[in-house]
Design a protein around this ligand. Structure first.
Ligand SMILES: [Zn+2]
Length: 203
């Protein structure tokens, strides 16, 4: 994916930046409050993620992007992850095109964007984690292994898609793929929380 389309997606989905809408009740609508109450003790992260997947709307998606990014930020601190090397080209691009920006500011900017991108990518995968249309999730078509999903039953992303989306090199992805898996796995747990909760609601 090109940088332009990445920017486009970020702007389209998150027009006011990752901190908009956080930290204040005045922003909450009546629907938000009722919906949250309806989900009882389900934490906000799983709730917003589940809504984004199963009841798609911009607001929950935006709030989830904020919560997810904060959580990813905490992971960075907890594990001492350093993205400066992986984002080297991005940082120097930003320095070059933003006269008056210090290296420190450019680093901060690139790293903040990277954290949002990690969340957006995992979110995208979970939303897109839908059934293969050829075999309808069975993994087989016409009595043999489905040629489209190779038996997985789900759509798969091309290998380069993830590091292209994150704007890092294939080399850097060797380090970041395990870290990214941690994020994706956690989001999958959150989705399961939501699903279990939703089942209880309808029982
Ligand atoms: Zn298939």
């Amino acid at each position: 994916m090109s940088r332009t389309s990445f920017d486009y997606i970020i702007k389209k989905l998150n027009p006011h930046g990752p901190t908009e809408g956080l930290g204040g009740e005045p922003d909450l609508t009546t629907e938000d409050v009722y919906a949250a109450l309806g989900y009882g003790n389900l934490a906000d992260a799983p709730y917003r993620l589940g809504q984004t997947i199963y009841a798609p709307n911009r607001r929950d998606e935006m709030v989830f992007t904020c919560i997810g990014t904060r959580w990813v930020d905490a992971l960075f601190h907890q594990h001492g992850w350093d993205a400066k090397k992986a984002l080297g080209r991005r940082i120097s691009d930003h320095l070059r095109t933003n006269k008056g920006s210090t290296r420190e500011q450019s680093e901060k900017y690139a790293i903040a964007r990277f954290k949002v991108a990690l969340v957006r990518l995992a979110l995208y995968e979970l939303i897109r984690d839908n059934l293969c249309h050829t075999c309808n999730g069975t993994g087989s078509a016409e009595y043999r292994k489905c040629h489209r999903c190779k038996g997985a039953g789900r759509k798969t992303l091309p290998y380069s898609y993830r590091y292209d989306f994150l704007g890092i090199s294939e080399e850097a992805w060797k380090t970041w793929s395990t870290r990214y898996s941690m994020i994706l796995k956690e989001f999958q747990f959150w989705r399961m929380d939501y699903e279990e909760h939703a089942q209880k609601q309808t029982r």
